[in-house]
Design a protein around this ligand. Sequence first.
Ligand code: NOJ
Length: 756
Amino acid sequence: MTLRTIVCAALAAAVLATVPLAGSAHAQQASKRVEDLLARMTLEEKIGQLNLVSGHHAVTGPYTRSDVRSAILKGEAGGLFNVYGAAYTRGLQEIATTQTRLGIPLLLGFDVLHGYRTIFPVPLAQAATFDMAAIEQAERIAAAEAAAAGVNWIFAPMLDHSRDPRWGRVVESFGESAWLGARIGEARVRGLQGRSLKSPDSVAACAKHFAGNGATEGGREYSGGDVSVRAMRDQQLPPFKAAVDAGARCVMAAFNAVDGIPGVANDTLLRDILRREWGFKGVVVSDFGAIEELIVHGVAENPADAGRQALRAGTDIDMESRTFVTQLATLVREGKVLASELDDAVRRILVLKEELGLFDDPYARSSPEREAATVGRPDHFQAARAMAEKSMVLLKNDRNTLPFSTKLQRVAVIGPLADGKADTLGPWAANGNPEDATTLLAGVRRVVGDTAEVLYASGGTIDRTSPADIAAAVKLAARAEAVILALGERSTMSGESASRASLDLPGDQLALARAVIALGKPTAVVLFNGRPLTIEDLDREAPAILEAWFPGSEGGLAAARILFGLAEPQGRLPMTFPRSVGQIPIYHDERPTGRPAGPQPKPYTTGYQDVGPTPLYPFGHGLTYTTFFMGTPRLDRPAIAGGETATVSVDVMNTGARTGTAHVQLYIRHRLARVSRPVKELRGFARITLPPGGVGVVKMPIGEAELAFWQPEGRMAPPSSGKIDVMAGPDSATLKSIILEYRPAGPARQASNTGG
Ligand code: NOJ
């Protein structure tokens, strides 16, 4: 037994002790068509199905790069990625289906993270909408557009849980609440896959990166933190479980190692949990080159060893490392990989192709007519604008600086992000065309029309602002009645391989902002960024701050409509904004300590000497243009038994002067359990739109699913019994509470009150 096997076995034992096995590690018998095909395939043809080749954006015309073409002809590509365009993909499918011996169609994958051509706000911004219907609709549109261009497989949703905004990939994530991540995961899978995978506007979703990929060390890309079984089960896995339960047909194994075992070779994750425990029947694809990287990780001796480990652990498809095509034939001949293991992987891939309808009509998605009619449709752009409006978070609004009056005669728009088209789209803009983007400057011009003069100065670049840039900006701002400062990050500062050690505004943007704010004009900062930033100084000085994220094709218009009161800010932070980078990780669902911080600094309590214990803006924070009173939550019953659901009601009153949408969030805390539970955890949300003086009630359910957590004996369940603080309010730091008792049915369990 190797050390790796021992470690794996130990982890499996700890993790899986009492978990019932829901599914088999082996694929079931597939359809007659798939089984017949499998029976006719040579060893090489089978291995070819496991190889995924990058087409490198070869979309400038209906031509095929010669190496891609020859890979298909040689039967060495079961799928391609980074390929799109109806004519181009049709040509690729034609080669595969008419010029190879068995005519097996291709999987065609692409990273469509927040839209294909119509670019929606980045995923972190989408999470800020807390609007699952809007997220599902955005994915439906993304899928319809990508599918019309021949794509049948999308490498999304990204479901990595991270509490470290230094990690650039938080832009792709759902933020810090794994519970919210699970809801978003379900919504995204439903949106991408639609009602039927066969439909030519549906694609297979691929939940990534399985698992623990967000648990980086120091926010460094491609690093792996030590993830405890509890962190894995309570934080990292629930969004994936939700995506699998929603029917996701693909999972991408992560680059990182968990407990020393990289994702593609992690049989505990891939076989024991994903396939056996969760019953996942779809395909597992490696991340880019990850199989070969097993050697760099120091867990595989050579390519053959890497290929063997990956296949045996349950990785079906090799993305770009070419390890399977070069190694598997020998491994099978030598008996180091079982022919049945190879067959299982091939079968799963063929089943997916069949489910996608590719055997019936490989060209169904590659229709130039549908592509022309679907991609970038005006109603898609409208949906992108609506979502951008829902995603923007009003962080600060002193003395009702916002909304600006539409009667202003002269407005200054200043800043390096005011007119950056690519930066408006965001870092994973798929086939988005920056020329389509409405920047903030263009949006402001559209909103004020001819009624106001719009003055513009870039104020230098994102990285550098000269004294002359500042002087010019100040001079311009002095002529305006109101000023909009567009600040933040370049879009490429977020995303893959875009970690930052400092989360301050890059370059000299703070100096630019200070000089302009010092004029004392009504000034609103609009932030463009893919992660929480450390903006305590800006927050102290700027009268108003609107977090716009990277808002997509219509983002500048959405921001302008909010600034001028044509739309209300509705977003809430899905991730805590720290005061200082040294506070990271800082998040709402922290565990209690025996020495909590009080309102005043006190020795021998938790925290820092040089910064307070609170964040700058808590999870869930977001202001509106009106004010709301939210009552103490009420329960329709004081206790629930097993299988029951309580309804939490919260009275809401609009106490301000404008119609607005209240966003009520629901948190819980288990007062007593066998393991210490977080001081609060998001478990629900609801919104209600009310006119001035209007009153209403929101209702949110709470049942066993909301109370469950990973139990010490190794299963997801509520505690055996106990009291739960049920808290509600406008954000995670402003909550009122009531106690709910949980008493599962059965006399023996009812008698004990020792907590779970
Ligand atoms: C690497 C990234 O980690 C992954 O998210 C992406 O899907 C692949 N590259 C393919 O582009």
